[in-house]
Write a protein that binds this ligand. Structure first.
Ligand code: MLT
Length: 377
């Protein structure tokens, strides 16, 4: 495949400056993965920077799911409560790659919690065009807010964002909203929430088919690593040879007990085996053609061969990998990808509340609601 090199991090125009910055970043990266993870946690061991799905454990995920559920139910009856929790605090959303869902859902999530947002998507208006390094511009943006939510094409941006926070005197939570081809931890959380809700918390033993671009679809890597926290998971990677799952993720999940299968010919054989069919588009922005092989498409007939209780997911954006008629099957419990998108907003409410330390207030308030019967089933 004709892969394009992902744009790297911009270090500014002057070598005398960039050499110093790069040397500091290189030294930071030389830390062990355990030390990097520690740097993401506060003094009580709570995750404060969300850079990599490998840092999640079931306790964290369960707490996020409970908070998200509580927030969406409270919102039904008492929107004002949520809106007061972080009133006046600021979320800076810096997106250096196209985004609709992740950006809009983070922006709304911040608004639901009463935060103000600064949304930067058009980087041609940034001081980087005047030669400011990404380090300086990220540090500057950090001074104006209480949380940073960033998306970037570089595979190193998760560590870069953490490093910028760690080297500043005013550290605020850094949330990776998608970096490079391997990390999309917050999509992993919302996908996990969707699966958890669909199977009422019974995820052990489930069979998940990841379909499409298993190599460069960062959502696949994050979700596969999260699911590896559960027992007896089977993962089918359904993709042509050139888009198959990479060694690093395969070894990571295999070591944690996931049964890994690769299917390079067609989705048909795997359909009846899967509890979750997770479709993805071909990530042609990284090179090669975006055309989707017919054998891997989810057709109307595929619906009929789904296992009882199985669900169809897609992180979006979708192109032609799912038959368009499926969008019109209102209320079909198998078709989960629209609900999955809405779940993104509520899990991001939970995540912002978590990193800013007000998530327990949401869960507590929901318990009170439940006592007086104001919660909805
Ligand atoms: C991503 O940013 O990775 C998206 O959510 C999924 C995609 O672009 O296909």
């Amino acid at each position: 495949m004709n892969d394009k090199k992902a744009p790297g991090i911009y270090w500014g125009e002057y070598e005398s400056v960039s050499n110093v910055d790069k040397a500091h970043f290189e030294a930071f990266k030389r830390q062990s993965p355990a030390d990097i993870e520690k740097a993401c946690r506060d003094e009580n061991g709570r995750l404060r920077h969300i850079i990599n799905a490998e840092h999640f454990d079931l306790e964290f995920l369960t707490t996020i799911c409970e908070t998200a559920k509580a927030a969406r139910r409270i919102d039904d009856g008492n929107r004002e409560f949520l809106g007061k929790l972080l009133r006046g605090r600021g979320s800076i959303n810096l997106f250096k790659q196209p985004s609709s869902r992740t950006w809009a859902s983070f922006s709304r999530a911040a608004g639901i919690l009463g935060m103000q947002t600064v949304d930067i998507k058009d980087v041609s208006t940034s001081s980087e065009v005047k030669g400011e390094s990404e380090k300086d511009s990220l540090r500057t943006l950090s001074s104006y807010g209480d949380a940073l939510v960033c998306r970037h094409p570089s595979d190193e941006y998760d560590l870069f964002g953490l490093w910028v926070q760690k080297s500043s005197g005013r550290e605020i939570p850094f949330i990776n909203a998608g970096s490079g081809t391997k990390r999309h931890p917050t999509q992993g959380i919302l996908d996990y929430y969707t699966i958890n809700e669909s199977f009422k918390g019974n995820i052990d033993g489930k069979v998940v088919a990841f379909v499409g671009d298993c190599l460069r679809g960062r959502t696949v890597h994050s979700l596969a690593k999260i699911l590896a926290l559960h027992k007896n998971i089977t993962a089918y990677f359904v993709a042509p040879e050139g888009l198959q799952i990479d060694k690093e993720t395969e070894e990571y999940i295999d070591t944690r007990g996931v049964m890994v299968h690769k299917e390079t010919n067609s989705l048909r054989r795997v359909m009846p085996l899967a509890d979750v069919v997770y479709m993805t588009r071909v990530q042609s922005e990284h090179g090669g053609s975006g055309d989707y092989n017919e054998n891997f498409k989810f057709t109307m007939d595929s619906l009929d061969s789904m296992r009882e209780g199985a669900i169809l997911m897609h992180p979006g954006p979708k192109r032609d990998e799912i038959a368009p008629e499926i969008d019109y099957l209102k209320g079909d419990q198998r078709v989960m990808y629209w609900r999955q998108q809405r779940n993104g907003m509520w899990t991001r409410v939970a995540l912002l509340a978590h990193v800013l330390g007000v998530d327990d207030k949401i869960r507590e308030a929901y318990k009170e609601y439940a006592k007086i019967g104001l919660d909805r089933k």
